[in-house]
Design a protein around this ligand. Structure first.
Ligand SMILES: Cc1cc2nc3c(=O)[nH]c(=O)nc-3n(C[C@H](O)[C@H](O)[C@H](O)COP(=O)(O)OP(=O)(O)OC[C@H]3O[C@@H](n4cnc5c(N)ncnc54)[C@H](O)[C@@H]3O)c2cc1C
Length: 349
């Protein structure tokens, strides 16, 4: 039986649709499988598919997704990128079944319950959410919306063109991506693990450092991929991917073979990992070298693949340039099946 599909058609009238199509291909290659056949581009994402055809002054868009939520997400991501690529040029984007300008269906308010360091550079913030169940399925990640200090949050709304309308000026929110580390449905509480990384002006890490019971933020999600469906996996990443890898390890079916490679600064940053799988875990230490400079995640994947078969699912989350090298290696040198890999740029140096 065919799974139910949720579809929408859109038309984008643009000044230079051909150039926008080129930019879409260049950008989405990091997030999806991009197929181009002349004027037709197909973006295949885990949650759905977008066909985009260049026709005269327009891009004709057909979306097809597995759920209403996925459709809403794909539409808003695409709409946001189309407007970004149009820049100052005029762009008119309309949808067959225009979204109602309203509250975002995937947005929930979260309230800090407690915060504590679980290792020297990892801080766990536990938040309460009236509808924690909403985040339990459909992806491991979310956008954390941090309101400006001392102001009542003005949450984003959905626009008829599919974009998200964000508050501006004094009410502008800061947005960063994080992982739901644990979701406790009974208590209606969620743990989020924040890396206290080096740097200046880092609103995400600072929000965690300063989190006090009662602080309010927004969570927009879930999204960004879930637990891969495979019997054998290589999971590799630095500390920003530790929450995602820990959650995947905790959720995979018993018997799944996992080779896990985790890069942290030192043994004091190692955290216990629980899994029903058959786990072979290697910790890798930077010993004071700056994060994202040693290529440890890339090296681990190259080594591990030397004696792995083509069915092995390869998952990685790390610094952007290292993620790109891993992706290039898997695609070009190794010829790894693109449906059996997920390589994420988790942060950028
Ligand atoms: C799908 C996904 C899931 C993620 N899940 C988590 C998670 O659960 N926990 C988590 O902590 N992070 C997670 N991240 C990474 C997080 O979004 C980034 O580290 C983000 O940049 C943090 O924002 P910030 O405001 O603290 O710093 P930013 O304002 O983004 O950056 C400030 C400065 O800090 C540097 N910087 C940022 N991150 C790091 C780092 N990790 N190490 C060293 N320097 C850094 C930047 O280069 C910049 O110079 C995830 C990212 C993605 C894409």
């Amino acid at each position: 039986m065919m799974a139910e599909r949720f579809t929408a058609s859109g038309v984008a009238i643009a000044v230079d649709p051909g150039k926008m199509l080129d930019e879409l291909c260049a950008h989405f290659v990091e997030h999806s499988t991009v197929n181009r056949d002349g004027d037709l581009v197909t973006l295949e994402m885990t949650i759905g598919k977008a066909d985009i055809r260049h026709e005269g002054r327009a891009l004709a868009i057909e979306l097809s997704c597995r759920s209403a939520r996925a459709l809403q997400n794909v539409r808003s991501v695409l709409a946001e990128h189309l407007f970004e690529f149009a820049g100052e040029d005029r762009l008119e984007l309309t949808w067959s079944d225009a979204p109602k300008a309203d509250r975002l269906p995937d947005l929930r308010e979260i309230r800090v319950v407690s915060a504590r360091n679980i290792s020297p550079h990892m801080r766990r913030v536990t938040v309460a959410c009236d509808d924690a169940r909403h985040f339990a399925h459909g992806g491991l990640h979310f956008r954390l919306l941090i309101p400006p200090k001392g102001r009542v949050p003005v949450w984003p709304k959905l626009r008829a063109d599919g974009r998200i309308e964000w508050a501006k000026g004094e009410d502008a929110l800061t947005v960063r991506i994080y992982t739901f580390r644990n979701i406790n449905l009974e208590r209606g509480e969620i743990d989020i693990d924040f890396v206290l990384h080096e740097g200046e002006n880092m609103p995400g890490a600072e929000w965690a450092v300063n989190a006090r019971p009662g602080d309010i933020a927004g969570a927009l999600g879930p999204g960004g991929g879930g637990v891969p469906d495979a019997t054998s996996m290589i999971l590799a990443g630095d500390e920003t991917a530790l929450p995602a890898i820990s959650r995947m390890a905790a959720e995979i079916p018993a018997g799944t073979r996992l080779r896990i490679f985790l890069e942290v600064d030192s043994p004091s940053e190692e955290l216990p990992l629980v899994s029903a799988g058959i786990v072979d875990l290697t910790w890798m230490h930077r010993n004071g070298a700056p994060a994202g400079t040693l290529g440890l995640v890339e090296g681990a994947i190259r080594n591990a693949l030397a004696d792995a078969d083509g069915d092995t699912f390869v998952w990685a989350g790390c610094e952007r340039s290292e993620a790109k090298r891993i992706r290039d290696f898997l695609k070009t040198e190794r010829g790894h099946d693109r449906h059996r890999m997920s390589i994420g740029a988790y942060w950028e140096r």
